[in-house]
Design a protein around this ligand. Structure first.
Ligand code: NAP
Length: 247
């Protein structure tokens, strides 16, 4: 029996790596895609013969085309690569950081999805997952560069669902709140102290919690489309309302 194949972008850390581990344990073959090949190679070795590492920069059309050229068929595409840079108010916005966020989260999702649609159409299962964010539906001070990009990415997911209506391709958007990954380290440019602050005095989600949501969404019967999963730590109700225990 042929096993189903899932391509996971941003599989070199955090939510993407956890999703790869989970989907392999669910019986998928996985293609691990990101820029850091050393990480991907290590994860592929851990996951065994059903995992393959492929170098991918989602912002680079040629890199995306190389990935698509290797895929005859793909059952599940998890558009997870993304992230934030900085937490400046609009008055102090850094255009380069904003461009990075738009390119990675939005253009990346578009390029990868567009390039892999033929491979998805060649499969029997067909599911596109987009990991956007709570930031795709809310604004918060200092977050405009990231929230604008995540709102845009969310709209891409919603539009895809409309454009693919009548075709057997499902589209699910996953909207996490605070998850402890390398996200914050990337956002604060490697400053470990600043990166810890969002999680102080509260228990964030783990990457595995999001992998669990993705695993559940893609394992529903093929006529069932889970449109969107909003998932937050119990201690968080909005992007800015977080209950923190005193030290
Ligand atoms: P992470 O640990 O920093 O992982 C981000 C992943 O994206 C890495 O594997 C990174 O791999 C990949 N990536 C970044 N730029 C890329 C590019 N140009 N091409 C290919 N891959 C690229 O953070 P995470 O929390 O797991 O983030 C995964 C997704 O969840 C992101 O879309 C993020 O916005 C979203 N999210 C996170 C949270 C949170 O609180 N953590 C909440 C809501 C949504 P390389 O650097 O190796 O390329």
């Amino acid at each position: 029996m042929n096993i189903q194949t899932a391509i996971i972008t941003g599989a070199s850390s955090g939510i993407g790596a956890a999703t790869a581990r989970r989907l392999v344990s669910d019986g998928f073959g996985v293609v691990l895609a990101a820029r850091r090949m050393d990480r991907l190679t290590e994860l592929a070795a851990e996951l065994g013969p059903h995992a393959r590492a492929v170098e991918l920069d989602v912002t680079d059309a040629e890199s995306v085309a190389r990935l698509a050229g290797q895929m005859d068929s793909c059952d599940v595409l998890v558009n997870n690569a993304g992230g934030a840079k900085g937490l400046s108010p609009v008055s102090e916005a850094d255009a380069e950081q904003w461009r990075w966020m738009y390119e990675t989260n939005v253009i990346g999702t578009m390029q990868v999805t567009k390039a892999l649609l033929p491979a998805l159409r060649a499969s029997a299962a067909r599911h596109i997952v987009v990991v956007s964010s709570l930031a795709g539906h809310e604004a918060y001070p200092g977050g405009a560069g990231y929230t604008a990009a995540k709102h845009a990415q969310s709209v891409v997911a919603q539009t895809l669902r409309m454009e693919l209506l009548g075709q057997p391709i499902r589209v699910t958007e996953i909207c996490p709140g605070l998850v402890k990954t390398e996200f914050s380290l990337v956002r604060f440019d490697g400053d470990a102290g600043a990166a810890e602050q969002p999680y102080e005095g509260m228990q964030p989600l783990e990457a595995d919690d999001i992998a669990d949501c993705i695993s559940w969404a893609v394992s529903r019967p093929s006529n069932v489309n889970i449109d969107r999963i909003d998932v937050k730590p119990r201690a968080q109700v909005t992007a800015t309302m977080v209950h923190r225990e005193p030290h």
